[in-house]
Design a binder for this molecule. Sequence first.
Ligand SMILES: NC(=O)c1ccc[n+]([C@@H]2O[C@H](COP(=O)([O-])OP(=O)(O)OC[C@H]3O[C@@H](n4cnc5c(N)ncnc54)[C@H](OP(=O)(O)O)[C@@H]3O)[C@@H](O)[C@H]2O)c1
Ligand SMILES: *[C@@H]1O[C@H](CO)[C@@H](O)[C@H](O)[C@H]1NC(C)=O
Ligand SMILES: *[C@@H]1O[C@H](CO)[C@@H](O)[C@H](O)[C@H]1NC(C)=O
Ligand SMILES: *[C@@H]1O[C@H](CO)[C@@H](O)[C@H](O)[C@H]1NC(C)=O
Length: 334
Amino acid sequence: MGWCCCITWLWSILAIGLGVALFEFFSRKKRDLKGKHVLVTGGSSGIGLSVALDVAARGASVTLVARDVDKLEKAQVEIATVISRVASGGYVQYFSGDLSGDPEKIASIVKDAEVDLGPIYMLVNCAGFARAQTFEDIPPWLVKQLMDVNYTGSFIITQEAVRSMKRQHEGVVVFTSSQAGLIGLYGFTAYSAAKAALVRLAEALHMEVKPYNITVTVCYPPDTDTPGFEEENQTKPVETKLMSETAGLLKPEEVAKKLVDDALIGSFTSTVGLEGFMLTTLCAGMGPITDAFSFLTQVFLFGIFRAVSAFYLWSFNKIVDKEYRKRQACKKSE
Ligand SMILES: NC(=O)c1ccc[n+]([C@@H]2O[C@H](COP(=O)([O-])OP(=O)(O)OC[C@H]3O[C@@H](n4cnc5c(N)ncnc54)[C@H](OP(=O)(O)O)[C@@H]3O)[C@@H](O)[C@H]2O)c1
Ligand SMILES: *[C@@H]1O[C@H](CO)[C@@H](O)[C@H](O)[C@H]1NC(C)=O
Ligand SMILES: *[C@@H]1O[C@H](CO)[C@@H](O)[C@H](O)[C@H]1NC(C)=O
Ligand SMILES: *[C@@H]1O[C@H](CO)[C@@H](O)[C@H](O)[C@H]1NC(C)=O
């Protein structure tokens, strides 16, 4: 009798929890971008360009920030075409600047961008690059540059944008991390560390800006078919390739659409695909709780996903072992 009662209670609590979660999941309000100003760093290529095209189609005005003026100009034309198609009355402008450069210059880009298009409503940090190499092969200047662009660059431009968002009492901030920012993967000693640093930055910032009606989202793209990915592919160790292949190669448009949707809902994490869902659930840790649905999946699926992770880790270690043996055999035959 006692047991039966206990189980009934447990199930009732579970059912109520799930009900609340589903209700919240379907009633979450997506904010609107019509007439708003969106700044995209790295908006001239890859995921950043796809994000810029996506927000332009939703009626936003867009500022692009990257280094290469030729690429920026081409992107501007592409985005202007979308803006005139949707007839939103929006505008697209660009600023050329190095996010790993002078902090004052980076901050002044935000100020200049706001002169014509008004206060920034949404900031998407997409500028960045990846390099996979074995630990001892990574040149020290590259370690520093990875940190400068991928971490410090995002930090400084976000500081300036948040100052402005706090004054407006509204805003959306997005950081682009990587699935490699959630796990330390072979070949990514420098990259994983830089991308993981962004996650802690985002968690702390989330806590600070919540009262100001500003949301923070971290996007974890899997391998995505971009110019940046092609370049990264050139130096990737075979082990890294074999491991990341398991998740497939996505189109930047898919990643961008999900990123914008999740950010406008105010979800803390954004990811595409089953692997991404599993990883973000596993790595939720002390991260902010932004909706009941993901919170419940974390509470109830963590144990199972941790068990599944053992299979992935086993297969990753098998790859490392196999390539190691191959190299040893090569050495011996020389
Ligand atoms: N593609 C993937 O598989 C993948 C997976 C996980 C995470 N990510 C992350 O997603 C983001 C976008 O990647 P992507 O593949 O779309 O890259 P991408 O095609 O190479 O585009 C990178 C963009 O960032 C700009 N940029 C690079 N360094 C800069 C700097 N120092 N200052 C200002 N702008 C700079 C580039 O323009 P300029 O060169 O002209 O400056 C370009 O617009 C990156 O943070 C990347 O780490 C990508
Ligand atoms: C990270 O840094 C690398 C190397 O500087 C750069 O190629 C890449 O675009 C950066 N990624 C981000 C998101 O800043
Ligand atoms: C918060 O921001 C949204 C737009 O992002 C706005 O519609 C809403 O009125 C703001 N709420 C407060 C309390 O300022
Ligand atoms: C990456 O490089 C490998 C060869 O090492 C090639 O087979 C593969 O098609 C490349 N992938 C992309 C997306 O460039």
